[in-house]
Design a protein around this ligand. Structure first.
Ligand code: KG4
Ligand code: ZN
Length: 322
């Protein structure tokens, strides 16, 4: 099969991303983030993020254009859903115009499905053991998918309230730890200090993920202590939260492994970079093939995953066509 060269574009939230993939490998991965600017407004402001995309996408393209001959591209892939509509529009307009100018075919890519396959750098379709369960944990999503092939993906569970990354960010904000909260809490985590129980939870069932109970209990605990002017043991709070929430995520995943008798698992999304999640999932004995993004940068939003998933979709289609 011909080794494809793909340019990928991702603009679904506040990161403007462009990647190049060749011979099944990501060879360039540009990310220009406006997250810190957005954070001054207390979260992502779609119109503002879109304006930054308009500027940043030209900067990203100029970096790529200097290094590669665009004539050699086989495809242009871009995120068309889901995400902030005004932000997606910037990537779509750019990708569509470029495809017309240089006369290369376009592929529309689903952002969440790309997170599922973000582990597959340097892999081709035949290297992956299907079916597997795909866990996507990020600032916008907490979901489990049954993945039969790149174009046969079924949602089997998703959160009914907050996404797990959102809860990390809200707890970090209430403790003035900075943004985004996930990596900060992850760095501060101390297993021996995970001694508090904020609320009893049971995730080992087929109920939809729900993180609002833990979030509210932790925030109430913090607020009450602040009101009473008690000194907060921040390490104990964030360590106990992280242990409970990560165990909860994995309990549900394990439940579905038993239910579906599927023992191959892939993880993706910003929270999949979490050290505790990665160390705990590696200890689950029944997992046969565990697929984890090879670099932490591939966990969060990026265009590498858009290129990787596009590459696999094309391979799957070519298999059927042959
Ligand atoms: O996938 P992503 O970059 O963007 C979305 O599609 O949402 O995920 C961002 C989320 C943020 O909420 C961030 O706090 C969280 O991922 N995150 C982490 C870690 N690194 C990023 N959460 C826990 N532990 C981490 N190491
Ligand atoms: Zn994402």
């Amino acid at each position: 099969m011909k080794n494809l060269k793909i340019l990928a574009i991702e603009t679904s939230c506040d990161d403007t991303c462009m990647s190049v993939l060749e011979n099944n490998e990501v060879i360039d991965n540009v990310i220009i983030s406006s997250a810190q600017i957005q954070n001054n407004f207390g979260g992502v402001v779609p119109e503002l993020a879109a304006r930054y995309h308009e500027k940043n996408i030209i900067d990203a393209f100029n970096i790529i254009k200097q290094k590669y001959n665009l004539e050699k591209l086989d495809y242009i892939a871009y995120t068309n859903e889901p995400g902030l509509r005004v932000c997606l529009n910037v990537g779509e307009a750019f990708a569509t115009s470029l495809s017309k100018i240089i006369n290369k075919p376009l592929i529309k890519i689903n952002h969440i499905y790309a997170h599922i396959f973000s582990f597959a750098n340097k892999m081709q379709l035949t290297d992956i053991s299907f079916p597997f369960l795909g866990l996507v944990v990020s600032g916008g999503h907490s979901s489990i998918f049954l993945v039969e092939s790149p174009n046969n993906i079924k949602l089997i569970n998703e959160t009914i309230d907050d996404a797990i990354g959102e809860v990390y960010d809200k707890i970090a904000r209430s403790l003035n730890l900075g943004y985004p909260g996930g990596p900060i809490i992850d760095q501060m985590y101390e297993p021996s200090k995970a001694i508090l129980t904020f609320v009893k939870t049971n995730f080992a069932n087929d109920k939809p993920y729900s993180f609002s109970g833990i979030k509210t209990a932790v925030l109430n605990y913090i607020n009450q202590a602040k009101m009473k002017h008690e000194k907060l043991d921040i390490i104990a709070i964030i360590s106990s939260f992280q242990k409970q929430v990560i165990n909860g995520v994995l309990d549900k995943l394990t439940y579905y492994m038993h239910q579906y008798k599927i023992y191959n698992v892939a993880i993706g999304g910003g929270v999949s970079a979490n050290s505790l999640l990665q160390s705990e999932i590696k200890k689950i004995p029944m997992i046969k093939h565990l697929y984890i993004p090879t670099k932490k940068i591939f966990c969060g939003d990026n265009a590498a995953m858009i290129a990787i998933y596009a590459n696999l979709l094309i391979q799957a289609k070519n298999n059927i066509d042959q």
